[in-house]
Design a binder for this molecule. Structure first.
Ligand code: SF4
Length: 428
């Protein structure tokens, strides 16, 4: 197959110096993950134990579910709870009892901690344990934190999946586990490609239903589909599973490298690999090429937000011809993104964590053609004449694997095209 991406850089960025900053940061909290997790896990309920602010965040981000019974809600901590004047623990358990009595469709219940529940040190682990003992095997009750204290918005999914791992049954089966909540249609595409290569003993975490046959053990190998799953990665290793390190399935190159790493692990014949991937690779390249007409030669600056920054920088620089001026990421977990760093051009500026004012100064000085950042920074930067892309859109839009490669590139080319159109209008 013809190469369409440049050869890997001589050294890459795995051992490159990283600017580490621990100042004020601008991010969303982990509750945001509930928006996509509740769609994925079709018999789960997410009960946020939080304040009215948490309820508003969820409601405005997710919209109102009109036609279905909602699968997330907020148990509001009132001022009396926060002041320690009421037994919030008892009231929470009573609320869960009422919920489970009313909703026979719930098979997994997540008690999701928030800033307020953490501040008053509500013991959600103990509540989950007690409720699980009462309602097993019909309902499994787990807890995790979605609080915004020192976390980024994608850590909610990581915390949720990591909480599920200790409860998974043990198995000695030789199997592949795909880890990360993908839209069903994208997950099906991945499973289909793997099946065509003969890899069929595959489980997915999180599964669509609680009674799916997901188990873990020493013969489980797992491939992450999202780069923000460091906690889940560690939890699976504690259960004896082994990680298959690979670039992430973004764009043609990333998807091929991800599939190749899995295929090697399962001894798939290279000719069969090519036969399965040649056609979708060509489609992906063709789709990316359309957006590349806009992106080629442009510069991009990443603020740390989604933890997708390193794989996206790799995709944009190697497949779309962009130049990365700074790749900021909340955490740089080399065990997870090491293979991506190997593909980033030597000399790319990397930063971990944030001191937002200093980073804004660097961004203003660099004047990138495109800035990828959180919602809170996008409007002020647009007002200063910079073109931005909201990082959060990347987790709400199907962007993984071959068939979505063009859409992924399109997410970055659209703001540039819009800006150019506005300039034209203004000039007329
Ligand atoms: S968890 Fe914290 S940051 Fe998130 S909405 Fe609630 S109070 Fe705000």
């Amino acid at each position: 197959m013809t190469r369409h991406t440049p050869p890997p850089p001589a050294a890459g960025c795995r051992n490159a110096p990283v600017l580490k900053q621990r100042g004020q940061h601008e991010v969303f909290c982990g509750l945001t993950g509930i928006i996509w997790l509740h769609r994925k896990m079709q018999d789960a309920f997410f009960l946020v134990v939080g304040s009215r602010t948490c309820a508003h965040l969820l409601q405005s981000a997710a919209g109102v579910m009109i036609f279905a019974e909602p699968r997330f809600g907020t148990a509001i901590l009132e001022e009396t709870d926060l002041a320690g004047l009421a037994d919030a623990q008892e009231e929470l358990e009573a609320q869960v009892e009422r919920l489970l009595e009313r909703r026979g469709d719930i098979r997994q219940l997540f008690l999701v901690g928030s800033c307020p529940s953490e501040v008053i040190k509500l013991d959600l682990a103990r509540a989950a344990e007690r409720l699980s003992a009462r309602h097993a095997p019909r309902v499994r009750v787990l807890n995790y934190s979605g609080s915004g204290i020192e976390t980024t918005f994608t850590e909610g999914e990581d915390a949720c999946l990591a909480a599920m791992v200790p409860a998974l049954p043990a198995t000695d089966r030789r199997q592949l586990m795909l880890v990360g909540a993908l839209p069903d249609v994208v997950e099906d595409q991945a499973l289909d490609l793997l099946a065509q290569m003969g890899i069929t003993d595959v489980t997915v975490l999180p599964a669509r239903h609680a009674d799916s046959d997901v188990a873990v053990g020493p013969n489980t190998v797992f491939a992450l589909t999202q780069p923000f799953l460091g906690g889940t990665h560690a939890a699976l290793e504690r259960r004896g599973a082994r990680h298959i390190p690979a670039p992430f399935p973004f764009g043609e190159e990333g998807t091929t490298a991800w599939l190749r790493a899995v295929a090697r692990e399962f001894g798939v014949d290279p000719a069969r690999f090519d036969a399965v991937t040649d056609a979708p690779r060509a489609r992906a390249r063709h789709a990316v090429a359309k957006a590349t007409e806009t992106l080629n030669g442009k510069s991009v600056f990443f603020f740390p937000d989604s933890q997708l920054e390193v794989p996206l920088a790799r995709f944009l620089t190697r497949e779309c011809g962009m130049e990365a001026l700074e790749v900021g990421t909340p955490y740089l977990h080399k065990g997870v993104v090491g293979a991506e760093l190997d593909l980033l051009a030597d000399g790319t500026a990397l930063s971990e964590g944030q001191d937002v004012d200093l980073q804004l100064d660097r961004c203003r000085a660099a004047r990138p053609d495109l800035t990828v950042c959180g919602l809170g920074l996008a409007n002020p930067l647009e007002a200063e004449g910079l073109t931005t892309k909201w990082a959060i859109e990347l987790v709400f839009t199907p962007v993984h694997f071959y068939e979505q490669a063009g859409d992924l590139a399109g997410l970055f080319s659209r703001p540039l095209r819009r800006r150019a159109a506005l300039k034209l209008e203004a000039a007329e």
